[in-house]
Design a protein around this ligand. Sequence first.
Ligand SMILES: Nc1ncnc2c1ncn2[C@@H]1O[C@H](COP(=O)(O)OP(=O)(O)OP(=O)(O)O)[C@@H](O)[C@H]1O
Ligand SMILES: [Mg+2]
Length: 812
Amino acid sequence: MTALHLQQLLDKWKIQLKQVNRQMYPDTNKIEKHTAALSQANALLQKEIKNRKQAEEQIQFQASILSRVNDAVIAIDSHNRITYWNKAAERLYEYKAEEVLGRSLEEVNHYRWLEAEDEQTAYTALATRGIWQGENIHRKKNGEEIYVESSVSILTDDNGVSNGFLAVVRDITERKQAEQQCQLLLTQEQVAHAEAKVAKNQIFNILERIADGFLALDCEWRFTYVNQQAAQILHRTQEQLIGKNVWEEFPDAIALSFYREYHRAVAQQVTVEFEEFYPSLNTWFEVHAYPTPEGLSVYFQDITKRKQTEQKISQQADLLNIATDAILVCNLKNQILFWNKGAEHLYGWQATEVLGKNANQLLYKEISPQLEEAVLAVIEHGSWQGELNQILKDSKNIIVQSRWTLVRDRTGHPQSILIVNTDITEKKQLEAQFFRAQRLESLGTLASGIAHDFNNILTPILIVTQLLSHKCLALNEEDRQLLKTVEDSSKRGATLVKQILSFAQGSEGDRVHLQVRHLLKEIEQILKSTFPKSIEININRLMENLWTIWANATQLHQVLLNLCVNARDAMPNGGTLSLSAENVIVNENDARMNLDAKVGSFVAISISDTGCGISPEIQERIFDPFFTTKEKSKGTGLGLSTVLGIVKNHGGFVKVYSQLGKGSQFKVYLPASDTQIKQEAADIKMPRGNGELILIVDDEEHIREATKTALENYNYKILTASDALEAFSIFTQRRDDIKLVLMDIQMPLMDGRNAACILQKINPSVKIIAISGILRNQKLLEASDIGVKVFLSKPYMIQELLHTIKRVLNAS
Ligand SMILES: Nc1ncnc2c1ncn2[C@@H]1O[C@H](COP(=O)(O)OP(=O)(O)OP(=O)(O)O)[C@@H](O)[C@H]1O
Ligand SMILES: [Mg+2]
């Protein structure tokens, strides 16, 4: 009951009392008496009110304190209903006071005991002492469990009768978790400690038994521990070493890696590893040294035997590396185990790149039947030999002569395959050329035989027709014409036979010292008067100092005319026919590249057209007698075979370069005659390079590689690219090193003109020599404004190339 209530009650009483007085005590005396008694009572009441007010303030003060404490304070009445729930309780359980007040404790607060017996302990404590303190687990509104420390006391009324509980609860979850963590660490540490103790004993036991040496040195470089094996390797006893200074005991080690590396390990606190030979013990050591708080632990092995084996292997490998053949060893899963220098050289792969790789994937485009046969044969018979098509690192195709031998282990089980490969690509190409030459020769023999018989047949026909026309004077005009046809046809037949014979036998004829210049002039006359005007004839006038040749003028006429007529036929819609001549020295490298060429000095006459060109498939066959692509009435197919016959007879050779749709060039090489000139030629020095780096761009692998080899022989450094894109990538990387670019003008992906343009953008001062099969064609002329210094026509001879390169490099 509050003070206000009391006051109201009191006032009510006063009014009621007055009414009672009026009714009960009408006389005034009595009233006064009662009034005195009442004021006494009133004073008592006022005192009571003051006391109560004080008590109430006290309660409010206490309540405000309780609401501020950090521990949750909860009061429960005798019916187990929550009667008090302070702010800390709200925070702890996340229930607001208004949510829980009046509800039973079980509804709100779920709890668990830490240990099963804790519950009994708590009840006993409350029953006997009226208070329990302990830890248990409570659940929050959101279901989360927390560790709490509670203090629960029984509340009693003035008579000491229990009327509820007061609980003060504190969240100790964090502390509990920390304790648990701590406990865990403690246990782990104990375990680790125990284990370390065991391990230490074990380590020493092991160290004594291992086959490797182990020793420990202190900070003064004294031996503090040496295992039995170490002592044995060092040729001492353990007792002899313990306590001794390592450098005093092994003074030779000071000059060796031991001293340097041990000091490095200690100074830099790093592990060091090294191999070293210790001469006075005649032993190779493999050493691992680790810094320790006490000094240094050294673990070492005697690797003398291994070193000796390695040396032996390396000596053998050196021998294998001297071999120019590619030598490789593969296991039965095709993994490469050995790869000599020859293989590096041939395939372009370094040993480090290929060891462990699959040889089939590396060296073959596809698994060919020969390869399968090789594998089967080597497993079955122990060896195999044959030819294989392989690919190089740069994807180039090669043919190798391959010899396989099965290597077995000691027990006779197949272990690996030893393969020796010889590159026979060039040999194969020469072989093909040789077969062609042979085919031509046999065809020639055959043709000359037929021609001979044919001549015998034609001769009587010719004689008879001539005789008849004289004898039968009475013949009418029509019959006379018929006879004339027979005679003309026979004459044509006879000319043809003569041609066959000159191709097949190459009739000697009269030879004279001949100036090619004169020859070309005469031909020019004929061409200009007989060829259609749509064909522009272009004779290169810059032919001073041409060497003379020893030749039959008529036959050479025939050669040039045949070639010019072919050129004309290739340009039915007109074009340019160019003739030129130059002195050329053919060296061994040139001769090696093609079977027909011979070493010496030559005058080369070139006949180029801008006609239809010759497809690669038929280029092989154009020199075959009777090979023609022309209509029956237009060509016999003997033109080129005659040309070849005559030129060979003169000790020369013919080269062709042609591109379909663009044109063809025939180059006739005739040996220079004059001995003086030959001397002069021999004196002409092949200009050598000074190691300048040259980039060769050509899509034809054969030409690219041959040019590379030739230029390398003359002291140039060479990079090659097979198309414009590759050329750009190389050129961008080596822009400043590349002194010159040799560029084929006709390439499939991007033509050389555009390529030259781009190169010039990358480096405006780039020097480019453009190479083309078609002499000075329109395109080349167009190219003149894009940094192309000089044009060179294919097929070029090395001398010509070297001179041109020198000229371009020297030009500033
Ligand atoms: N300049 C050229 N351009 C294109 N194709 C050529 C050229 N020269 C030769 N050929 C090809 O080579 C073939 C053989 O030439 P060859 O001179 O031996 O015989 P032909 O010209 O066909 O006949 P013939 O010369 O006996 O009248 C030709 O049919 C032609 O297909
Ligand atoms: Mg012809």
